[in-house]
Design a protein around this ligand. Structure first.
Ligand SMILES: Nc1ncnc2c1ncn2[C@@H]1O[C@H](COP(=O)(O)OP(=O)(O)OP(=O)(O)O)[C@@H](O)[C@H]1O
Ligand SMILES: O=C(O)[C@H](O)[C@@H](O)[C@H](O)[C@H](O)CO
Length: 179
């Protein structure tokens, strides 16, 4: 008899425009757990700053990551999916501090693919000009981090299925099928 696994607790991470909100919502629906868009937890000053084309710094992101960490902690038992760029290792460490079993789903894509997607959603507060700093800040999952990497250049339902096929709910190092 298999041991019951807790409901998944997932942070969908990646640069702006990688599909975190879209994939996160679809993944949560597939897993039957709540979804939260991490962008809704930013302090207003952060949205204001990004809207003016100024990248956030560590100081700006700290309270936002605390809010995301608190959401994760409050969903530790029943599971959930939340979107958060979580670009640096130390940001992910901050989130793990709140919920050590959290797993990361890194939506990985080329600058070309992601810039093209950003261009299709005019009106979003995040200007495409910030994509360069997003990629410059991004630190991929390290071998000891619990999570996996998927290629965003495929349909949303394929990305969700790939998570379902490859994810394990107990801590494992990240895996990738990238060449
Ligand atoms: N796999 C996909 N295939 C095609 N289009 C996609 C895919 N994933 C997301 N998109 C589209 O790309 C755009 C960016 O996606 P989304 O807003 O979910 O990204 P995001 O990472 O949440 O962005 P941000 O963090 O800047 O809010 C949207 O217009 C969305 O519909
Ligand atoms: O860490 C950051 O720089 C921010 O969280 C951004 O990534 C945005 O929140 C988001 O992606 C909206 O476009």
């Amino acid at each position: 008899m298999s041991i019951p696994q807790p409901a998944p607790l997932v942070v969908v991470m990646g640069v702006s425009g990688s599909g975190k909100s879209t994939v996160g919502a679809a993944l949560a629906q597939r897993l039957g757990v709540p979804f939260e868009d991490g962008d809704d937890l930013h302090p207003p000053a952060n949205i204001e700053k990004m809207s003016h084309g100024i990248p956030l710094d560590d100081h700006d992101r700290h309270p936002w990551l605390e809010a995301i960490g608190e959401w994760l902690a409050s969903h530790d038992e029943r599971g959930g999916v939340i979107s958060s760029s979580a670009l640096k290792r130390k940001y992910r460490d901050q989130l793990r501090h709140h919920a050590h079993r959290v797993q990361f789903l890194h939506l990985h894509g080329s600058r070309e693919v992601i810039a093209a997607r950003q261009a299709t959603r005019p009106g979003h507060f995040m200007p495409p000009s910030l994509l360069t700093s997003q990629f410059a800040t991004l630190e991929p999952l390290a071998p000891d981090e619990h999570g996996l990497v998927v290629d965003v250049a495929q349909p949303v339902d394929v990305i969700v299925q790939e998570y379902v096929d490859r994810a394990v709910t107990s801590p494992q190092p990240p895996t990738t099928e990238e060449s």
